[in-house]
Design a protein around this ligand. Sequence first.
Ligand SMILES: C[S@@+](CC[C@H](N)C(=O)[O-])C[C@H]1O[C@@H](n2cnc3c(N)ncnc32)[C@H](O)[C@@H]1O
Length: 382
Amino acid sequence: MRRDDSIPAIATQLRYAQLCRKHLEEKGILDTRFRLQKLADATVALPVLSARVPELTLGVLQHSVAPGSTCTITHIQSPVPSKKSSVRSSQQQLEEALRGLVERGGEVWSEELGRDLPQSWKRHGDLAILGEATFRQPVWKILEPELWEAVASTLGVKRVARMGRVSTDGFRTPTVTLLRGQDGWVQHVDNGIRYEFDVTKCMFSSGNITEKLRIASFNCSGETVVDLYAGIGYFTLPYLVHAGASFVHACEWNPHAVNALRRNLELNGAAQRCQVHQGDNRQNLCLQEVCDPSSPAGKAACDSDTADSRESALGLHCRDSMRITVKAEWQAWSKAAACRIAALLLEIKGQPWRTHVLHMEHVKSYAPHVDHIVLDLECRPT
Ligand SMILES: C[S@@+](CC[C@H](N)C(=O)[O-])C[C@H]1O[C@@H](n2cnc3c(N)ncnc32)[C@H](O)[C@@H]1O
């Protein structure tokens, strides 16, 4: 029987949850006040705004958005408030606490100071990373270090840091500054995988979740994967832990990221199946034997995961304003990429290769009209 504190939801399998969530959010059907919930049968319940979700929506989810999924109406008992709604109440608490601090310090509270407070923050365990454009007014400097103590206790963390721009040093080092705390090492558990890294020295793109779940759902048993631009193992680990890849060659040049990558391989019991190649991916990489499908080493997969790496390698970015046009652009881009890589392979190998687009997916937008697109391209000698 349904209890009073339950809310309506759509249940679907774990691997389709993010696709369905994205669609329901775009259509204004997702109830963003509550969190997604894992159900006892290993499906995921996505909270929705009305118990009377039209059959049409279920049909669209099952046939167009996430083909192969099963979507049914269910209820979530005792729903947990979403991050968004708890962030809203923490924002109010933060403003109250800091207003008190400012006034006790003999300063005058102003709307401008209110606008200087963070609207959101990223939490990694006991460390909160505030946005770049926060606490810029001179008065905050006077209130240190009490200011950061107040921020930490209101947000329920021990350490506080502030985000800067991702640097253009090639290591994509985030310019994160620690404002309270001794070190920037954090732990992040994602889809059953433990990642540890120093937020002040390595980047971590939690926004690539759809792609990471897609990789986790692959069956790579018997396959060797080459992960170029591996970072701290954001894709290397799902290949090893969930997709069951036999071996991964992870290539990365940032020594801090390499350090974290080795640690994460150990933490997840995958170190024996991964070789870390520290250095510039464009030089000194002797992986011909393992990632060349024409070699006797057999079947292999090559993954170069980031838009930056792929797009800059190909000199291609997708830019446009209208969604439908963008999709046509993506198609054109994938064809251009397939032709370009076939041409490069012909040049390098001296024999014709066939390149075939297996899958294409939009991961996220970096900036207006600049998108991160994943392309699965099969390359074989003809
Ligand atoms: C955008 S990050 C992606 C990391 C990881 N794949 C992820 O999605 O979280 C790009 C990574 O590539 C590394 N990188 C950039 N250029 C490189 C090069 N020429 N050789 C090796 N690594 C490189 C950077 O240090 C950084 O860790």
